[in-house]
Design a protein around this ligand. Structure first.
Ligand SMILES: [Ca+2]
Length: 233
């Protein structure tokens, strides 16, 4: 009996059935924990539109049927999403229409109120494209383990080809969104002199800061100097 159990375990492992489902989601192997809601139906199928940027074997197919206008599906991952190496989601999509709104949301395993979402629109029809979702402002101190997808949120589906979408390769990348730079821009104290270039930058900032201080402290002198410089030919 022990030998039999061991054999089953070895077989399960070798066939990939115990493969954990986490990002990136490529639908090639593993058992996906999919939950459909309010008209959305997500299934894993052989790629019917192999070509362009996606010649992989398996894809996700989302059909939005009649139901609620927010109908969609979510995939429950085996582990919380790790945002430490990037906060930009990429997802390949094959849409029958341009300007289809694609909502990508992440949710906490138990508390749907702990969530973050971004919505972007498709730009091409009947060919694969890769959409980008900027998650720069997500609170990554919280835990998120569900990936929720809603197409054309606010519009009821009809289950037709017009509401049939293919998805693939949902992944996180480290792409500078500019949001972190913006967040740090009012914290000049964080500028360090790790290289000569940084040192020069820091000096420039210090000089500019001193100049603005002296201008405030001697406003009339600063003003006169400025005026004389401008008026003397
Ligand atoms: Ca795939």
């Amino acid at each position: 009996m022990k030998h039999f159990t061991l054999l089953v375990l070895i077989l399960l492992t070798s066939f990939g059935l115990t493969h954990a489902v986490d990002l990136p989601l490529d639908f090639e192997s593993g058992t996906y924990d999919i939950t459909d809601f309010d008209g959305g139906v997500l299934t894993i199928i052989d790629n019917p539109q192999s070509g362009g940027i996606n010649t992989s074997t398996k894809v996700g197919q989302m059909v939005k049927n009649e139901g609620e206008t927010w109908g969609g599906s979510y995939i429950t991952l085996d582990n919380p999403i790790d945002f430490s190496n990037g906060k930009t989601f990429k997802m390949k999509i094959y849409s029958p229409r341009v300007d289809v709104k694609v909502l990508l949301k992440v949710e906490n395993l138990d508390d749907s109120g702990t969530a973050f979402e971004k919505e972007v629109s498709t730009t091409v029809a009947n060919e694969w494209e890769e959409l980008t979702f900027d998650y720069g402002f997500i609170d990554d101190t919280k835990s998120y383990q569900k990936v929720v997808l809603i197409f054309d949120n606010g519009t009821a589906g009809d289950g037709s080809a017009n509401f049939t979408f293919l998805i693939d390769d949902i992944r996180l990348v480290d792409e500078n969104s500019g949001l972190e730079d913006l967040r740090n821009s009012n914290n000049l104290g964080s500028v360090s002199a790790s290289s000569s270039e940084d040192y020069l930058k820091r000096n420039e900032i210090a000089v500019a800061f001193k100049s603005s201080l002296s201008l405030v402290g001697n406003r009339s002198i600063g003003f006169d100097v400025s005026m004389s410089t401008r008026t003397v030919p």
